[in-house]
Design a protein around this ligand. Structure first.
Ligand SMILES: [Zn+2]
Length: 313
């Protein structure tokens, strides 16, 4: 029987963002604890991530940027940019986040796993071609998408991003490419400021970006409607062979980095709708990648709930 894959690691705790930072190692520890308490850790197929190769990261990021990140971290710097603190352990964590996503795609495509969840940090969706941004170093979702295309005979990949912040990096890295559909629901106006309705892709990629910006105060009904009425039908028409969910859980009512009001039940409905679409369009092939989520209790509950959906899918 195909199982749900779970990729996480102590390596990710070594990405030390300093005292009081919201994107902290405790996020993963809270998730692990909730998983153990629910017993789901016993039924998931857990794997340690491998480290991505520089060639695999280089499918998405500029080589000079990757080298600069390595040199900066290994030189002992504490910031890559004003929003992205690093520590000596950040380099291996960043490579493992990318490698974990790659490995999860390989296991799903091999039929070993029906779907998978990557619980890594740093997160990825703000990372641009040649810059870190917003707690993100390498763009995990895009590295996974490019690996699917380069090595696993997948042509069309959809990225569904329900983190409360727009995934500027994922959009910019795919918006000229008709083989990747980027779909996002997010709070606006809000960091990082991109993600307007009018941004629909560029050049040959025209029509393969879709954004649903929602005002502060939006809750379950607005987020679920964004998926059911806009994003998922567009993804289905695109007909992806693989779905990557950039799953931030920071649209939660309890999250300190948003003014939106999604509840646990809302995230369940979003997950159900997304997995139903993947079942119809992509033979159920889904990799969920953890992005944001900064209230540890809300985050650990909603991730645990989402894993329940992956297990039942
Ligand atoms: Zn976020």
């Amino acid at each position: 029987m195909q199982r749900t894959g779970w990729v996480s690691s102590q390596i990710f705790l070594q990405h030390d963002t300093g005292p009081g930072h919201l994107e902290c190692p405790g996020r993963l520890q809270a998730i692990w604890k909730a998983l153990a308490q629910s017993g789901r850790d016993q039924v998931l197929d857990s794997r340690e991530p491998r480290q991505a190769g520089l060639d695999e990261i280089g499918r998405v990021h500029q080589g000079d940027y990757v080298q600069r990140v390595q040199a900066t971290i290994l030189d002992g710097a504490t910031q890559l940019d004003p929003d992205t603190p690093v520590s000596p352990g950040s380099w291996k964590a960043a490579l493992a986040a990318a490698g974990g996503a790659i490995e999860a795609c390989e296991r799903v495509l091999a039929g070993e796993w029906k779907n998978a969840f990557l619980a890594a940090r740093p997160p990825g969706h703000h990372a641009e071609y040649e810059s870190s941004m917003g707690f993100c170093i390498f763009n995990t979702a895009m590295i996974a998408a490019r690996h699917l295309q380069a090595k696993l005979d997948i042509e069309r990949v959809a990225i569904l991003d329900w983190d409360v912040h727009h995934g500027n990096g994922s959009q910019h890295l795919s918006e000229r490419d008709p083989s990747i559909f980027y779909a996002s629901v997010h709070q606006a106006p809000h960091f990082p400021g991109t993600g307007a309705r009018e941004e629909r892709g560029l050049g040959a990629g025209e029509g393969t970006v879709l954004n649903v910006p929602l005002a502060a105060g939006a809750g379950d009904e607005e987020f679920v409607a964004a998926l059911e009425d806009d994003l998922l039908p567009a993804i289905e028409e695109f007909d992806p062979e693989f779905l990557i969910i950039s799953a931030g859980f920071d649209a939660h009512a309890g999250d300190p980095l948003s003014d939106t009001r999604v509840t646990d039940a809302g995230f369940m409905r979003m997950g159900q709708a997304a997995l139903a679409l993947a079942g119809r369009a992509a033979e159920g092939r889904v990799l969920t990648v953890l992005e944001g989520g900064y209230n540890l209790e809300c985050l650990s509950r909603t991730v645990n709930d989402h894993l329940g959906l992956l297990l039942e899918a």
